[in-house]
Write a protein that binds this ligand. Structure first.
Ligand code: CA
Length: 530
């Protein structure tokens, strides 16, 4: 965000402040407490914090080492795809494994991502909003960024590595592929996977979808000359990086997730036999377009569509990875979190997921940023829990550091947007420590959710139904911000501003507080901005 955007943001919030008549002297409805200038204010629940710590202490006594941390991140899976979130067999692709983890763990129905891949993937590893790190959108072939955003960021795997963890990223990366930006450059000990999103690779091999590129040797050569990777890569921190297999057909692309799953399962066995705890981030390539059914799963969904077959495949692999943890004897000392990195990409329908909400990937409407969230820890998270309180995927940064006993290693020289949610997730009746979620779209501060309310300062308008990336404009709202009550209007269709002015005032004050953090901690520009 440049000075121009910052001024616009401050101006927007100043306009907001002038609308209601009640006083704005720090928001009347906020209960969050700020413990540090550089940390997002959090709700304080002392009793549940003690209960969660007692559980962690008991685990330390029982296992004699810190817990393992495993994140399973699906690409572009819609909120409404897993059965536990209303989809599954009802939309032609049963998901028994994710459903079981949700039933035996904590189902989080208000989990928020960023609107696209790179922003979410970098935010969860830094605990920082993309607008702060500069990683506001995917880096595309031909982009010339002006600086390496990672050079002065402190990543989660880096801190965990220093705390004695083995750190592995298996599967999709999509946060830069040049030296200095690869997973094994930014803190992970080992990387086995793909630098790019599925479509970036398949557009070079699928002549049915991309004949104008694949059947045109000159253009194809131009694409290859941008240097974008089309291989399954294996890399080690400070060591060699090699191509395992070049993806030169859709049949090979279809098997990509099977290969990274096999790596992950083998790696779990190896890590479990060692003495160090581990952090494993397994990121599926699927179900990002283009979806191709693998040999084993073709036609295995009731729907028979490739997207749906791939949901069934991913769900099966989620089950196999958790089973591998169990067979290796480490499941009871492992925190597992299952989610998606953003909403479904409806631009590519029918090669797309399902969301019951307005909008889709790329949008600040709920359809773009509200994703399934499942926290599972056998013996530690009470089975059958469900909560609609707020969880931002950036909270995984702080929470994972708490589990590793490294909360004191969170940098204090920059703003951290994540919140430690350990007590929410682990205490039997835990409440969320997060009061608000801020929703950005590249350089634009779009909206804020507070409790069940969501207020838009800007909106994404589609100019063709379902095209939330390829044909939209971002507009300012008019006289008043658009305020929705998501409990009575989850599709954000009918603003309630003029019947709820007191709350409007409170939310406006909170937005001002958020804007102020950018004055003290200026955002970084790496050349992806406007
Ligand atoms: Ca994605």
């Amino acid at each position: 965000m440049g000075m121009k955007q910052l001024r616009a943001l401050v101006l927007q919030t100043a306009i907001l402040a002038a609308i209601p008549t009640v006083t704005l002297a720090q928001s009347v409805l906020s209960k969050a407490e700020r413990t540090s200038e550089s940390m997002e204010p959090a709700l304080v629940h002392s009793d549940q914090a003690l209960a969660a710590q007692a559980k962690l202490d008991a685990l330390q006594t029982k296992f004699g080492r810190k817990p393992n941390i495993v994140w399973l991140v699906v690409d572009d899976m819609g909120y409404g795809d897993p059965g536990a979130f209303g989809g599954g067999a009802a939309v032609g692709a049963a998901t028994p494994n994710m459903d079981r983890l949700a039933a035996e763990g904590l189902k989080l129905t208000s989990t928020y991502s960023q609107a696209t891949c790179t922003p979410t993937r970098s935010a969860i590893l830094t605990g920082r909003l993309p607008v702060r790190t500069g990683l506001t959108r995917p880096i595309l072939a031909g982009d010339k960024i002006t600086r390496n955003p990672w050079s002065d960021e402190t990543s989660l795997p880096k801190i965990l590595g220093e705390a004695g963890y083995k750190t592995i990223l298996s599967g999709k990366w999509h946060v830069g592929e040049s030296e200095g930006m690869r997973p094994h450059d930014i803190g992970f000990d080992e990387f086995y996977g793909f630098y790019e999103a599925e479509k970036e690779i398949s557009q070079g091999v699928d002549k049915r979808r991309y004949p104008d590129l694949v059947l045109n040797p000159e253009r194809l050569a131009m694409l290859k000359a941008t240097g974008s990777s089309d291989a399954l890569v294996h890399g080690f921190k400070g060591g060699v990086t090699s191509d395992v297999e070049v993806i030169d057909s859709i049949e090979k692309m279809a098997e990509g997730d099977r290969l990274t799953k096999e790596f992950t399962v083998a790696k779990i066995k190896e890590l479990a036999s060692g003495t160090a705890p581990f952090f494993l981030e397994h990121c599926f390539m699927k179900v990002h377009a283009d979806n191709f059914a693998s040999k084993e799963f073709e036609g295995k969904s009731a729907s028979k569509y490739p997207y749906k077959d791939d949901v069934v495949e991913v769900d099966s692999y989620v089950g196999q990875i958790v089973k591998a943890l169990d067979e290796a004897g480490v499941l009871d000392n492992t925190f597992v979190f299952v989610t998606s990195d953003n909403g479904p990409q409806l631009d590519t329908w029918p090669d797309a997921g399902y969301t019951p909400f307005r909008g889709a990937k790329g949008s600040a409407w709920e359809g773009g940023v509200r994703v399934p969230g499942i926290a599972y820890w056998r013996g530690t998270i009470k089975p059958g829990r469900q909560s609609d309180e707020l969880f931002d995927l950036m909270d995984l940064f702080n929470t994972s550091l708490h589990l590793a006993g490294s909360l004191d290693k969170i940098p204090s020289d920059r703003y951290i947007d994540g919140i430690d949610q350990t007590s929410f997730l682990l205490a039997d009746d835990g409440r969320s420590n997060r009061e608000k979620v801020y929703i950005w779209n590249e350089q634009d501060f779009m909206a804020m959710r507070m409790y069940e309310y969501k207020m838009h300062l800007k909106i994404v308008q589609e100019h063709a139904q379902w095209l939330n990336i390829d044909m939209t404009t971002v507009s300012d709202v008019g006289l008043a911000p658009w305020l929705f009550n998501l409990y009575i209007d989850p599709k954000e269709q009918y603003p309630v501003g003029h019947r709820m002015n007191a709350f409007l005032a409170s939310m406006a004050a909170e937005m001002k507080g958020h804007a102020a953090t950018f004055k003290k901690y200026p955002p970084k520009n790496i050349g992806l901005g406007q």
